[in-house]
Design a protein around this ligand. Structure first.
Ligand SMILES: Cc1cc2nc3c(=O)[nH]c(=O)nc-3n(C[C@H](O)[C@H](O)[C@H](O)COP(=O)(O)OP(=O)(O)OC[C@H]3O[C@@H](n4cnc5c(N)ncnc54)[C@H](O)[C@@H]3O)c2cc1C
Length: 408
């Protein structure tokens, strides 16, 4: 494998989240000289019964990528919870009708699991170890600026610690506020949902039975994801995308009142589906927005992960989309003709084309659901609940939805 020990590399990846680490690792596996730029803050040690508040639903396609990178088998199996089924509940419309309900199971897609729930930091931990063993040069400093040389001679990148790196291709994996994207002149369109994703782990009186539950409530979208049991009992992870003012008010309460308020609201929203629910951990809030970049690549810079797109978390697909970018970019660069350099505009166009359809589909679904269930007029409320019931009785459509939900 070629190494980027000097300040010259074929590719510099900026950003050391999951998308950046996976990109650097996958490209280095192709024999390219890769340098990685971004912070390497120590991760808290793995402790039984203490879980990272950030968990992701990893799709079968993302699992496949992690397996190809040798990451999947290195993840601690006792920290992973499989999702065999999903239950989606509508809201309670006026005139006392039942909320709509839709059930999806893995067997409808002919597979064992729809997704796997795991902690962000455990995926990062294993990816970091693999990156360190792979000979990738990791400059653990923030990227500060870049300049494009004349005649497609590549990019010169600067870091906060004064390091200068040269590469033909720079990959922006530095998140939603990507500085490299801005330096390359790539634009971003942003729509603020006016909502916050409140996340916390909960102890549930009843076992989740490997089922992820989601409620479209008048107070936003509530998801309870299966988690490994603890000594304390059964566990689920909550993501409640609620109007920002409500989230701000909740998060501003003193800790005990905050837990009690949330528990009362959970009882009303879930109506005993998982029995009594108790807060076990610290609550965090993430502002939610939709972001779209008209161009995913230009002049020797390619965007991946949240630097390329941000979607509402109601489908739990943001990171999965990012790992889809990684897979597509690696496939395009790995399949290039021998006479093409890694920054060849034709390759970058191929990457953009490969991602256009999946990105549009996911944006349409997540944004559409958000607006459908955010709408209050009675006829719309009736229609969405009746729609869930109807789909529940249509096996073919359900199979398509299962494939979509599992990213297959
Ligand atoms: C509430 C919530 C729940 C979610 N649930 C799911 C889910 O279940 N499934 C799913 O697939 N997705 C989910 N997502 C989406 C997911 O969190 C993101 O899509 C994913 O974290 C993006 O990863 P990334 O590596 O692209 O970006 P990030 O995780 O943002 O990483 C960016 C990295 O770049 C680094 N960086 C930033 N600036 C610089 C700089 N100047 N120089 C160098 N490095 C820099 C940062 O330190 C960071 O390491 C959820 C999101 C939210 C808000």
């Amino acid at each position: 494998m070629t190494s980027a020990s000097s300040n010259h590399a074929d590719i510099v990846v900026v950003g050391t989240g999951i998308a950046g680490l996976a990109t650097a690792l996958a490209l280095a596996r192709q024999g390219l000289a890769v340098a990685l730029v971004g912070p390497r803050a120590p991760l808290p040690p793995l402790e039984p019964d203490r879980f990272d508040p950030r968990v992701y639903a990893i799709s079968p396609a993302s699992r496949q990528l992690l397996a190809e990178l040798g990451i999947w088998d290195a993840l601690p199996a006792n920290r992973i919870a499989g999702v065999r089924a999903m239950e989606i509940f509508g809201d309670r419309p006026a005139w006392g009708r039942h909320p709509g309900r839709l059930g999806l199971s893995a067997w409808q897609a002919g597979s064992d699991y729809l997704a796997w729930i795991m902690e962000s930091r455990e995926i990062e931990r294993v990816l970091r170890q693999a990156v360190q063993w792979s000979g990738i040069r990791w400059v653990a400093e923030a990227f500060t600026g870049a300049e494009r040389g004349p005649d497609r001679s590549g990019w010169t990148l600067q870091t906060a610690g004064g390091t200068t790196l040269h590469a033909r291709l720079a990959v922006a994996a530095d998140g939603a506020d990507s500085r490299l994207r801005a330096a390359a002149g790539l634009t971003v369109e942003r729509f603020d949902y006016g909502a916050t994703g409140v996340v916390v782990h909960l102890r549930s009186a009843l076992p989740h039975q490997e089922c992820a539950c989601q409620w479209f409530t008048p107070d936003g979208v509530l998801a309870l994801l299966p988690m490994p049991d603890t000594d304390d009992g059964h566990q689920v992870s909550m993501v409640w995308s609620m109007p920002r003012a409500q989230a701000d008010a909740l998060l501003a309460l003193p800790e005990e009142d905050r837990a009690a308020t949330l528990e009362a609201r959970l009882a009303a929203a879930t109506r005993g589906r998982l029995g009594d629910l108790r807060v076990r951990g610290t609550m965090h809030g993430f502002p939610l927005a939709l972001q779209r970049c008209p161009q995913l690549a230009h002049e020797g810079v390619a965007l991946v992960g949240d630097a390329a797109h941000v979607v509402h978390p109601l489908a739990g697909q943001g990171l999965n989309l990012g790992l889809g970018d990684v897979q597509a970019l690696v496939r395009v660069l790995g399949g290039r003709e021998p006479f093409r350099q890694v920054d060849d505009p034709r390759l970058l166009r191929r990457y953009e084309r490969a991602r256009a359809e999946p990105l549009l589909a996911m944006r349409t679904v997540t944004d559409g659901l958000f607006h459908l269930f955010g709408s209050q007029p009675a006829p719309v409320a009736w229609l969405r609940n009746a729609g869930l019931d109807l789909v529940d009785r249509m096996p073919l459509l359900k199979r398509m939805l299962v494939n979509g939900a599992s990213g297959a």
